[in-house]
Write a protein that binds this ligand. Structure first.
Ligand code: HMH
Length: 228
């Protein structure tokens, strides 16, 4: 293994390139629903709809993250991947508890939720990504994108000039906090490392999957906003 330790400079990775290249990334992270939270004009019935539907989403997201963990344990050549993904699973455990308490605060029932079409489509997409034949690089890219959209969106609502209503601060903190940002950067690093080594076929699949995630995220916000 001689000569392998050439220091990799912190150049912009493939993920950053894709996020810059595709306008859809900005559409997903600066959606009108998020902008309405940020400027305080949000319709609270939209917020409640989002809350109920996102609880359903998160429950579907857990098995997907578990599938990424399995892929990491089999395919990854870096021992740290597992810890990062396991940390993500642990935070989903907290998140489920948070949804329960937040929903009761807002009088949003969490049982018998009518699952919206956008949510159904998103969970079908996740199920396909759970298949063993889906490459680890593709799955981890999707995982990063799903988390990053929420991180960037809600962090935007916490910036100094934002007028986010105080009763929504807690929600924005959940995904917009610095710790969650750090976690997303760890996922991004893993994804970049995998993509750098990937074949051009896998790279294409990962980019397409990245775009599909963004489309699903936009549809999800649309649903919350009530314009889907
Ligand atoms: C729809 N995307 C959606 N819900 C979430 N909770 C996240 C991403 C982040 O976990």
């Amino acid at each position: 293994m001689e000569g392998k330790t050439k220091e990799k400079c912190e150049k912009s990775g493939i993920i950053e390139m894709w996020a810059k290249k595709h306008l859809l990334y900005t559409e997903a992270t600066r959606h009108p629903f998020i902008l309405s939270i940020r400027d305080g004009s949000v319709d609270l019935s939209s917020f409640k709809r989002w809350l109920g539907q996102d609880y359903v989403f998160v429950r579907e997201f857990v098995p997907f993250v578990a599938s990424v963990l399995i892929k990491a344990s089999k395919k990854s050549d870096d021992g740290n991947d597992m810890e990062v993904i396991l940390g993500g699973l642990a935070s989903l455990n907290d998140e489920i508890a948070w949804f329960k308490s937040e929903a009761s605060k807002w009088d949003v029932p969490l049982s018998n939720t009518v699952v919206h079409k956008a949510n159904q489509n998103y969970s079908r997409f996740l199920e396909n990504l759970m298949l063993p034949e889906v490459d680890y690089a593709v799955a981890i890219t999707a995982f990063w994108a799903i988390e990053a959209v929420y991180q960037e969106s809600f962090a935007h609502c916490l910036e100094d000039d934002s007028k986010t209503p105080s009763e929504l601060q807690d929600t924005c903190q959940r995904w917009g906090n610095e710790g969650f940002g750090e976690y997303c950067r760890s996922l991004q690093k893993i994804a970049n490392r995998c993509l750098e080594k990937a074949s051009s076929d896998v790279l294409t699949k990962a980019e397409v999957t990245f775009l599909r995630v963004l489309e699903h995220e936009v549809e999800f916000w649309n649903m919350s906003h009530g314009c889907a």
